[in-house]
Design a protein around this ligand. Structure first.
Ligand SMILES: C[C@H](O)[C@H](O)[C@H]1CNC2=NC(N)=NC(=O)C2=N1
Length: 244
């Protein structure tokens, strides 16, 4: 059986918390709170008693503490302790609050594990909005935060400011034109337009930024999220949009 020895310091701390708790309860609290503190004290006493009742192994107690040790507060060495190591039971007040009914994991909690889709992230559901003149472009940190909500795009730093960039390896030249046609539908609907590049007859690159502010805005990420929702499986040689 794995022996688990608590250091004397832990024993002392636990012991002092018991005695100081009851002292605190008796000295300065109103009757109701002192009763709950006493209840907690009793709870701790009962808990420490339960601990001292656990499994075999020799008991040890702190040699450094000068205070008389309450008989129930014995440190036991047993692997059973691992389940309790670092945890704590709820206090009386917590139990009375039925906190268990409200936290995840309660037997009656209905868990629906949803597979996040692009719309789950929210951007694809939004619409691009005209920006007031002088609207500041997103900072790199702000852009990186939004980057997590789109798939397969990267931020490129250019002299003209930050841009979003997405690459496609296309089946052939016509597939590239078809990709652009599909993107055009979304761009026109949003009145927000990307730069489209088709090089080496089948390398597609889409760059998005907000020309009116010379950098990135949420509109660019909304457009990117909507482009992510276009089904391009019939156009790409293999779906390896730029991931880094
Ligand atoms: C008048 C019209 O709304 C603007 O010119 C729109 C059109 N599409 C646009 N697209 C992009 N990417 N940036 C813009 O600033 C922009 N402005």
């Amino acid at each position: 059986m794995m022996a688990l020895a608590f250091s004397p310091a832990i024993v002392t701390v636990v012991d002092s918390s018991l005695s100081s708790l009851s002292a605190f309860a008796n000295s300065c609290c109103s009757s109701s709170s002192s009763s709950s503190l006493k209840a907690s004290h009793g709870f701790l006493q009962q808990r420490s008693r339960r601990l001292s009742g656990i499994g075999g192994g020799s008991s040890s107690s702190s040699s450094s503490s000068s205070r008389p040790r309450s008989p129930s507060l014995l440190v036991v060495r047993a692997s059973d302790m691992l389940g309790d190591f670092g945890g704590r039971d709820p206090t009386t007040a917590e139990l009375e609050s039925n906190f268990g009914d409200k936290v995840v994991g309660f037997a009656g909690t209905d868990h629906n594990i949803l597979i996040p889709s692009a719309s789950q992230f929210g951007l694809a559901e939004k619409s691009c909005k005209p920006l007031a003149p002088g609207t500041p472009a997103l900072s790199e940190d702000e852009a990186k935060a939004l980057l997590r909500k789109v798939v397969g795009w990267r931020i490129s730093r250019t002299d003209a400011g930050l841009k979003l960039q997405g690459d496609w390896n296309l089946k052939d030249f016509k597939a590239g034109l078809e990709l652009f046609d599909r993107i055009a539908v979304v761009a026109e609907a949003e009145n927000h337009h990307p730069d489209l590049h088709l090089e080496s007859y089948k390398k597609g690159r889409v760059e998005i930024w907000t020309h009116s502010i010379g950098g990135l805005s949420e509109n660019d990420f909304i457009l990117a999220a909507k482009i992510d929702q276009i089904d391009t499986r019939d156009l790409v040689s293999r779906k390896n949009k730029f991931w880094a």
